[in-house]
Design a protein around this ligand. Structure first.
Ligand SMILES: N[C@@H](CCC(=O)N[C@@H](CS)C(=O)NCC(=O)O)C(=O)O
Length: 204
């Protein structure tokens, strides 16, 4: 039996979601090991002491422990719909903003007690700066950077999903109709749902 790559993952982690989606899209079979964030497997920590998911171990022994790198590696193996066709610098720039200022605003919005210098609504308003940018992009094209999906869409929507889920009633009233539609399509899509099945926690 062929040895499969191993992916240490956490179902609800948006970074792990995007890695799983890219691997699935590229049709790469992996052994998914669902971890407990409180009790991480020793093997995962040996591979990647920084202790975040996702961590991909290839049969060659190579370890990839950044979700963006896992995605790029997967797409280098297979990219039938051309997710890498969009401008690489633009992809990187948008994902950096998502993983940077937007993720900070999302965390503060989710856990306002940890960021008491502002109110929860102010944190949400900070996050909306990025939502407004995405809405403007989606006014131009059906996807963030081109007329077809790119790496940026997949990398970013799990975070927008979390932001929207904080207050669904509020999100429904926001002046971001294209963004709402874009998010709905991804969340209801086959690819996303195929990587969200529940699995038991991996025991070493
Ligand atoms: N830059 C990393 C971030 C990954 C990350 O922060 N993952 C979170 C879960 S969503 C994690 O593993 N946190 C460690 C912990 O909670 O102990 C990546 O893109 O892979």
């Amino acid at each position: 039996m062929a040895v499969l790559p191993i992916l240490y993952s956490y179902r609800r982690c948006p970074y792990a979601m995007r890695a799983r989606m890219a691997l699935k899209y590229a049709n790469i079979a992996v052994e998914i090991r669902e971890i407990s964030l409180r009790e991480k497997p020793k093997h995962m920590l040996q591979l990647s002491p920084k202790a975040t998911v996702p961590v991909l171990l290839l049969p060659s022994g190579q370890v990839i422990d950044e979700s963006f790198d896992v995605m790029r590696w997967a797409l280098q193996q297979s990219d039938v719909e051309g997710w890498l066709k969009a401008d690489a610098a633009l992809i990187q720039e948008l994902i950096a903003e998502n993983d940077g200022s937007f993720k900070c605003a999302l965390d503060a919005y989710k856990y306002p007690e940890r960021y008491p210098e502002k109110t929860q609504t102010q944190h949400r308003t900070n996050g909306e700066v990025f939502l407004q940018k995405l809405e403007a992009l989606l006014q131009q094209n059906d996807y963030l950077l081109t007329t077809t999906p790119s790496l940026a869409d997949i990398a970013i929507f799990p975070f927008v999903r979390q932001f929207a889920a904080m207050d669904v009633a509020w999100f429904e009233t926001t002046p971001y109709p294209k963004l709402r539609n874009w998010l709905k399509n991804w969340v209801e899509g086959e690819l996303f749902n195929s990587v969200m099945e529940k699995r038991p926690t991996y025991v070493e």
